[in-house]
Ligand binder design. Structure first.
Ligand code: DLL
Length: 434
């Protein structure tokens, strides 16, 4: 697959570190001068911009938390006057106020460049029809993909999210070749295609999917690839850092290449905030070194993964990050056992006895936590004997118990009874949270 910008994506690592150091120094100086919140935090930590000489000095800088964005809501961390801000996005956030992010004209241009790199890695070129089923609006998914695809010169089909049957008709009529949406929505699209009697492998022109905005497992990838007959590529990003395009898989599907000429990645222990060595699993922290409007310093993403430095066969030299296992604030602690929904997803899909649609219901009965794994049976099972259903439930329960060391209840529910997502899937209902 094409490398959009080999000069940066395949840059010699020594040179890259020099570039990162320069960009970091400039950014730190700019936030110190223009953002009172950062100046204050740096003074409190006893750091002056001149103390930052190379990329290694990043560890002396204070972290930025989501709370800092909330405390300065809406524009308090912007490093340029509002006259220079040409676009606003926001992330909805389930608790507290939404997070507002801003872009200058240069930021929008840089983001389009990053998205052009990402879409190229998934095989997009001028002959592609890029179907955008990420939501347009305050969410960064739709417009992020849109500008990147236009920069490549592909034909953009800006459908936005929802209205699933119409999406499929458009794919068929307009000849969509690259599908972009959340992985859970891709599964829902595949299911609806079957119901409409459309075989994506024969009746559609899809070649690849660029899926992200929520955690998804290798097993889920296999499921989507098998159902749609496409290559499913993982794309990662978050609004605070830029939106989609922070990192992307290549055709080898072995880790996501981080756009390190724009973002410096670190992995920390989420409890102690200690920086962990390359290869260790922990929380991702990003520093934006080229953004003008909102250059966040050491932003704690809450996303859990690990980094690996080996050069990829594709030729890109950038650090890779593993697929995200989950968010540290999504981690469920059930009777003392730490569980990410993705671990249960892996067990369910690997067994392959049911449909891939599931939900976890956590509750507290008396003082004891309980976990119920609800997973949809296949239509064939639905008409099957009760005994068969019980056996399947038992098998899933045993596998979860032996893999995660966690006892739970497994309930096979009717086909289509779990709500389908058109954007980010809601995997957990935690009734303990009041
Ligand atoms: O979800 C940006 C995006 C849009 C990424 C489209 C990819 C595609 P937010 O709404 O701010 O931005 O949510 C960011 O979503 O911190 C992760 O927890 C999660 N996330 C995003 N991409 C992935 C991924 C967009 N590929 C939050 N795998 C992040 C796992 C992801 N989690």
């Amino acid at each position: 697959m094409g490398i959009w910008n080999p000069e940066y994506e395949c840059m010699d690592r020594e040179q890259l570190e020099i570039l990162q150091g320069e960009r970091l120094r400039n950014t730190v100086r700019r936030v110190y001068e223009n953002v009172p919140h950062y100046r204050q935090k740096m003074i409190e930590s006893g750091i002056k911009p001149d103390d930052i000489k190379s990329v290694k000095d990043i560890q002396n800088l204070p972290f930025t938390y989501k709370q800092d964005l909330r405390d300065t809501y809406p524009y308090g961390l912007f490093a340029v006057p509002m006259e220079e801000v040409i676009r606003i996005h926001a992330s909805t956030g389930t608790t507290g106020k939404r997070t507002v992010v801003g872009y200058t004209a240069n930021d929008i241009e840089m983001w389009a460049e990053l998205m052009a790199r990402c879409l190229s890695a998934a095989g997009t070129d001028t002959t592609s029809f890029v179907h955008v089923a990420y939501g347009y609006g305050l969410f960064t998914g739709g417009l992020g993909v849109h500008y990147g695809a236009e920069k490549i010169g592909a034909t953009v089909i800006p459908v936005s999210g929802g209205n699933t049957k119409r999406q499929i008709e458009i794919m068929q009529d307009f000849g969509s070749t690259i599908l972009t949406c959340t992985p859970s929505y891709a599964l829902y699209l595949a299911e609806t295609m079957m119901e409409m009697g459309i075989d994506p492998k024969k009746d559609l022109s899809l070649k690849a999917g660029v899926f992200g905005a929520e955690p998804w497992t290798e097993e889920m990838r296999k499921e989507i690839e098998a159902q749609m007959g496409i290559m499913a590529i993982d794309i990662y990003g978050l609004s605070e850092v830029i939106g989609p395009g922070v990192s992307i898989e290549c055709e080898h599907q072995d880790g996501l290449h981080i756009q390190e000429d724009h973002f410096i990645a670190e992995i920390i222990d989420p409890e102690t905030e200690e920086v962990l060595p390359i290869g260790a699993e922990g929380e991702l922290v990003f520093t934006c070194i080229t953004k003008e409007a909102l250059p966040l310093i050491r932003y704690r993403t809450r996303d859990i993964c690990r980094l690996y430095p080996e050069k990829c066969e594709c030729g890109r030299t950038q650090l890779r990050m593993s697929k995200i296992t989950g968010r540290s604030d999504d981690m469920l602690i059930i009777r003392g056992v730490n569980v990410y929904p993705s671990q249960i997803e892996s067990v369910l899909l690997e067994l392959g006895l049911t449909s891939p649609h599931y939900q976890l219901v956590v509750d507290r009965v008396g003082t004891l936590d309980s976990l119920e794994v609800q997973v949809e049976m296949t239509p064939e099972m639905f008409s099957d004997q009760v005994r068969q259903i019980e056996k399947t439930e038992q098998k899933i329960r045993n596998n979860i118990e032996s893999t995660l060391g966690l006892t739970c209840r497994v309930r096979l529910v009717e086909p289509k009874s779990i709500q389908r997502s058109e954007g980010k899937a809601k995997r957990v209902i935690d009734k303990r949270v009041k």
